[in-house]
Design a protein around this ligand. Sequence first.
Ligand code: SAM
Length: 216
Amino acid sequence: MANAWRTNHPWATVYDFLVESERVGHPLARLGAGTDFGLLWKAAEVIGELPAGSAVLDVPCGGGVALRGLRPGQGVRYVAADISDAMLERTRVAARERGLLDQLELVNADVASLPFDDATFDLVVSFTGLHCFPDVRGALAEIARVTRPGGRLSGSAVLTDAGLRHEPMRFAGRLMGLMGPGCSSTELQTWLVQDGFEAVALRRSGGITYFTARKT
Ligand SMILES: C[S@@+](CC[C@H](N)C(=O)[O-])C[C@H]1O[C@@H](n2cnc3c(N)ncnc32)[C@H](O)[C@@H]1O
């Protein structure tokens, strides 16, 4: 079971450092996973395009890296959800530092059962998350359920067909209880379409694949 996150596993601190530090963390991620975390920062910019009154769900929010896409005074309802209280606290601190607290709602929630009505969100972001969940299929169905028609999804994940080079990372992640079974790029595309998404686009950066889609 990928539940080591609940108890603030040391990897959570290391991961947060890697993803937030452009000078040290990003080169290390490039070395270790052949991936460009700059793409995650870039992908988060979609949040800044939302008009006032929009609602965005960030699941799993982790330490709040996606907050860098939100602008102070944007007038957006930004719901950050995660199963780890420690990660939620990091997101709170990040939001305070960025002057975003007035737009932030923190929710301790399991992606398998999101405490939101159907079609609540104009945008769902799910960065570096799917491979951490015990049930990717169920997580995608929940994400689809809470996305409103016409709403967008942007995310990233370590997929099972990322290549042999990334198998040790997946093996270690599962051993530590930090990663679940994951899914392949074909499964991801198929499941997103089954869940009512269209315009599904995937882009691989080393061990991490970025994806976007729009709810019909
Ligand atoms: C690798 S971090 C990514 C966080 C953030 N999106 C980022 O890119 O930095 C994975 C996150 O997934 C969370 N997580 C793991 N299983 C979860 C679940 N079932 N429901 C919600 N969050 C979960 C962990 O607590 C952790 O914060």
